[in-house]
Design a binder for this molecule. Structure first.
Ligand code: NAP
Length: 208
């Protein structure tokens, strides 16, 4: 699969390594431009190329956005048109400034900006060191750590779930983008490494 990555920091670069290990082709980007990524792409190998944000967006069948939440309105609407966009961004007011969500969830705002994309929420609940160190593609699904996903489009979630399985985690569907509120900072399932049985039980408690 062709995967674009916007944001080459802790999450973007860690996910890039996992996607490459699973056999995918990547274009990765950041705010400073492709020349700043030469060391990273050399490290990641021949299936990874550095690009501009627009190039990463155009390249991906799936695009992972892993930038500070406060910058979501810079995501390129036209280049992401028709793409599955996975948003790993979390809102932290001290970093991102005050934002009026008007009752919406974090990823609903991203989806409202990316009007022509299919947006899912994912890769946002796990600390990047856990993502880097605890991928087990050869382990049975029930013995792996969970990466939660949410979204309004079943096909997009199926694609993202397959990707999560390929890189060595267990996908668990939290529900719609509205229900993705359960994945936001402060939730009991946020930044709490857990296996699928514990995750299902935690979600059942949250839904009560
Ligand atoms: N750290 C974690 O463990 C973790 C886990 C789950 C989710 N998250 C969330 O994922 C997002 C990224 O976190 P991180 O820890 O990876 O951050 P980070 O290490 O600070 O990296 C952020 C990346 O985003 C890029 N960037 C910033 N603004 C941009 C823009 N407008 N367009 C394109 N690229 C832009 C930066 O570019 P430059 O390199 O050019 O500055 C950098 O590559 C955040 O929303 C965070 O809350 C983080």
């Amino acid at each position: 699969m062709q995967i674009g990555i916007i944001g080459s920091g802790n999450i973007g670069s860690t996910a890039a390594q996992l996607f490459v290990d699973a056999g995918h082709n990547i274009v990765i980007s950041n705010s400073r431009g492709p020349e700043s990524l030469s060391d990273l792409v050399a490290e990641l190998g021949p299936n990874v190329r550095a690009g501009t944000v627009n190039e990463a967006a155009s390249f991906g069948d799936v695009v992972l956005e892993a930038i500070p939440f406060g910058a979501y309105e810079t995501l390129p609407v036209d280049d992401l048109s028709g793409k599955i966009v996975v948003s790993a961004a979390n809102y932290y007011p001290q970093r991102d400034g005050e934002i009026d969500f008007d009752g919406h969830t974090q990823t609903e705002l991203v989806a409202a900006h990316l009007v022509d994309s299919t947006v899912a929420k994912g890769f946002n609940t796990m600390y990047y060191e856990t993502l880097r160190d605890d991928a087990h593609p050869d382990a049975p699904i029930e013995e792996r750590l969970v990466l939660f996903i949410a979204g309004d489009d079943t096909n997009a979630k199926t694609t993202v779930a397959r990707l999560i399985e390929e890189i060595g985690f267990a996908p668990i569907d939290v529900g719609s983008l509205e229900e993705g509120a359960h994945m936001e900072p402060g939730s009991p399932i946020y930044n709490e490494p857990m296996r699928p049985d514990a995750a299902r039980s935690a979600l059942a408690d949250l839904r009560e």
